[in-house]
Design a protein around this ligand. Structure first.
Ligand code: ZN
Length: 142
């Protein structure tokens, strides 16, 4: 199995067995975002406890890239501090535009091929933008 096949398998696996899909009962933050170019819709429920992403769920519908990316993202940030989670979302976005090496991205690295298709980058980053929106105002004031 070559590397591309392995990446494809990983994306397929997240589509067929999405991680952390659903809703939280009392989320600290709930953010919905739309990608009109493709028609992807994603809602993120985030539970923050003592500055940590103690739980996270995603819901919505869209293409396989957007759904796999959301599933991978929830897995990558669960249990991380809000700062670490934000860093992961930002690292992924600059990783896709080819400006950064991946850090702590886990399965998200499998989406690197998307960078060759600018229109699909919006699909892959939708959940990440939602997470940034959810966590941004939790940044300590400086
Ligand atoms: Zn899409």
């Amino acid at each position: 199995m070559n590397l591309d096949d392995m990446y494809r398998e990983t994306i397929l696996d997240h589509n067929q067995n999405p991680r952390n899909r659903g809703h939280l009962e009392n989320p600290t933050k709930s953010v919905g975002l739309l990608n009109p170019t493709c028609g992807d819709e994603i809602a993120l429920d985030v539970q923050l406890d003592a500055g940590k992403v103690s739980d996270i769920r995603f819901s919505g519908q869209g293409c396989s890239i957007s759904m796999a990316s959301a599933s991978m993202l929830t897995e990558a940030v669960k249990g991380k501090s809000a700062e670490e989670a934000l860093a992961i979302a930002r690292n992924f976005k600059s990783f896709l535009t080819g400006t950064t090496e991946p850090e702590n991205l886990g399965d998200l690295e499998a989406l690197h091929g998307v960078s060759q298709f600018p229109s699909r980058v919006k699909c892959a980053t939708l959940a990440h933008n939602a997470l940034e929106k959810a966590l941004d105002d939790n940044q300590p004031q400086t």
